[in-house]
Write a protein that binds this ligand. Structure first.
Ligand code: BG6
Length: 436
């Protein structure tokens, strides 16, 4: 079998999806697969959907039956039975020069067992890859344990840890924008930047994922991966030319420099319908978090780094705002990477208002994708990159562990003092901040 670095588009790929009947597969994975197959981005691909119970293929593939039916077979097995993995191996029957990708779209408690069984069944050959979904542990210790167990069977080079925020079109554009626009390279440091804000506001509630969210909360769900990674993309060292394969090391360098969180500079809250929704009147799980971090990197010394996220807010908005230092209060000073919706880049400018009175107004100098541009969903990029063996947009074990280290002081403080404020569903994030 060829090594994974040798993949070429004419090679055959078998994608084995554990959890094909789950929510993530239905909402993200299957639509993304349908699109990348249609765009001819997958080479020779066949899909095996693993399920525990007998299921109807037509029902599983849903709206994407048309694009996926021909390439997909279903395989029923008991995920805890070693014998069933031998059956799976025979069913896949990988040939020389083929690669097999195992996509674990399963609850975290099932993932380690599947990895172990795959390894024991010899399904961890060098040409095989493992695609893992977060959460990567609950804290540093559990993440370390999970990483250790996976490493028994799969090398780090075979492991693709998905943080779909890294693969969002505009998240990738943060790096391109920084690398390719000289004006901003000069300004990208604490001499000119006053503060950086990363926000991911959601209007959706937890959408029935009570068991998952009660174990997780906003800090683990959004901050540990998505927000810290967007921050890392904004801060990472980019003195030389951009090489996408070097991104994990650069993000890790940015995360290494971020100082552990300070509980005093953080707030958390819970939306008021949450306890009823999860059926736990005592729940102290946070659905809103805002925290201020600092970096020890001399380039970022003294620059406050704010991360804010919440569910059940007035609107969906994910963006990175870079505020520049003003030379006087009448100036405008910020640049926005609009991650979603209305993807684009905007600079707030103060301009003269047309007329005789020399009044001023705020205008946006902005780039938005032309109407009709199709932006690939992040999961499409994840699939294409995993098949092609490009690891730049996947989180390494080092990044995962460092992110937990940064958040450890908050986790400890919240464990010691679980009391939490509430906010009404549909609140504006600023009101939540003003009230907690
Ligand atoms: C997931 C979280 O990782 O990201 C969800 O588990 C969250 O709670 C989702 O809603 C948001 O993703 P997106 O791409 O819709 O911003």
């Amino acid at each position: 079998m060829k090594g994974i670095d040798c993949y070429t588009k004419d090679m055959k790929t078998t994608l084995v999806i554990f959890g094909i009947t789950g929510d993530l597969a239905r909402r993200k994975l299957l639509p993304a697969l349908a699109n990348v197959i249609e765009a001819n981005e997958t080479g020779d691909l066949s899909i095996i959907g693993v399920s525990r119970r007998p299921v109807d293929k037509f029902a599983v593939l849903g709206d994407h039956h048309g694009q996926l039916n021909g390439t997909t077979t279903l395989f029923q097995m008991d995920l805890d039975r070693a014998d069933d993995y031998a059956r799976l191996r025979d069913h896949i029957n990988p040939q020389d020069g083929e690669q097999v990708l195992f996509y674990l779209s399963v609850p975290p408690e099932s993932a380690s067992g599947i990895v172990e069984n795959l390894g024991k069944a010899g399904l961890n050959a060098p040409g095989n890859k493992l695609l893992l979904e977060k959460p990567f542990g609950r804290d540093r210790a559990s993440a370390q344990e999970m990483i250790g167990r996976t490493a028994t069977y799969f090398t780090e080079a075979q492991i693709y840890r998905i943080d779909h925020y890294l693969a969002k079109e505009m998240a990738q554009n943060i790096v391109t924008f920084r690398a390719r626009n000289a004006i901003f390279s000069y300004l990208w440091n604490n001499q000119y930047i006053e503060k950086i804000e990363v926000v991911a506001l959601e209007s959706l509630t937890i959408e029935g994922r009570a068991a998952f969210y009660e174990q997780t909360g906003a800090l683990r769900d959004l901050v540990q991966g998505h927000l810290l990674q967007l921050l890392a993309l904004t801060l990472l060292p980019l003195h030389d030319d951009l090489n996408w394969d070097s991104l994990p090391d650069r993000r890790k360098a940015a995360l290494d420099a971020i100082l552990p969180s300070d509980p005093v500079r953080s707030v958390r809250a819970q939306y008021d319908a949450y306890r009823e929704e999860v059926g736990n009147p005592e729940s102290t799980v946070e659905t809103f978090v805002s925290l201020e971090l600092r970096s020890s990197d001399p380039q970022w010394h003294g620059v406050p780094l704010f991360l804010t996220t919440g569910k059940a807010l007035s609107r969906k908005k994910t963006e990175v705002r870079v505020h520049f230092k003003k030379t006087n209060d009448a100036q405008s000073n910020y640049l926005i990477f609009k991650i979603q919706p209305d993807e684009g880049i905007a600079i707030d400018l103060v301009t003269k208002k047309p007329g005789y009175d020399r009044e001023v107004e705020h205008q946006k100098l902005s780039y938005m994708y032309p109407v009709g541009t199709r932006l690939p969903d992040a999961y499409e990029q994840v699939l294409v990159d995993a098949i092609d063996g490009h690891k730049g947009l996947f989180a390494t074990s080092g990044e995962v562990l460092r992110a937990w280290e940064i958040l450890a002081p908050l986790q400890e403080a919240w464990r010691d003092d679980p009391a939490i404020a509430t906010y009404p569903v549909g609140s504006d994030a600023r009101d939540v901040l003003g009230q907690v």
